[in-house]
Unconditional design. Sequence first.
Length: 328
Amino acid sequence: MCGCSSKHVWFNPGKDDLVRKQDIFSCEEKAAAYSRNMDKAGNKKIIEQHMKECMEALNYKWVPEESIPNIKQEKAAALTITEAFPSCAEAESDWCGSCWMNPVNTWCCKHRGGASPNCGIDSSTCRYCEGCHKDDGSCTNICTKPAHGAGGTTNIKITNATDKDITIAFVTGASGGACKDINKMISYRWVADHTTWCKDPTKLGGDDNAGHCTGTIPARHSVEVTRTGEDALKCLTGSILLGGKLSCPSPSGFTQGEFTLNPTESDTEAIDISLVNGVNYALTVNLPGDAWTVQDGGAKVKSIGPNEGLYGNNNKNGIFPPGVPIVF
């Protein structure tokens, strides 16, 4: 009997250090995703079991570190399953936003030496980025792209800040684009069934997800659309039409707020105030968290609007036209 134990590492004699690191990183991502899909995110036992199965499928063995020939101590240590690039936190995701606009990128360098972040498609590419690698080829100062929904559910709260009741239409869009799987989307029927204020669900177009329900928000009151349970991370895409379900009413049309939240085919949520159908109310959108920016890595924002009338100054970030959408 011995009161000590040897450090173990994954080893495959047919693969060099760089390939081993890439395989370990890939299996760690798959194991983490597997636990999330089982609603057991972070469950150590499930992650370790799936990690073991993944590595063994690639013909690796879990062996004592000292039994591996011709590998320097510092490199062998980098092969342990406990070394994983951490997922980017909210502030880091803000800095790394331009990396995530390209869906093939999996990591971002947190090094703040340049005007924009370095990013890459796999762990091997960090060696080409200043501030992201060491002389021995190992990566440092890196965080990985958060998984879909890693920041939790983004819900909607609608507040009537006027002294009169306002009728609105809550519209949900058809499948496609950032939300292609209709089974992973929130529909207008879901909104009507899960709120007390949105009624008379009406289908629009050929897609079963596309339609609207309508409701009245009393003066100085709020209503919400809150997703929970198995629906928490389903995509919610559509718009809020101020004044109800309207069709070019005279004289000014209607203001609408557009949104795509928790998308399934994209890493980016998007919000804007649309004036394409005119203006009947001033709308302001207050944004949760600290990582919302003008599209394509522009200025950081906490709110957008309020819009002005048809002939007012609407050249503001997040107003379309003439501004651009706000993304997370």
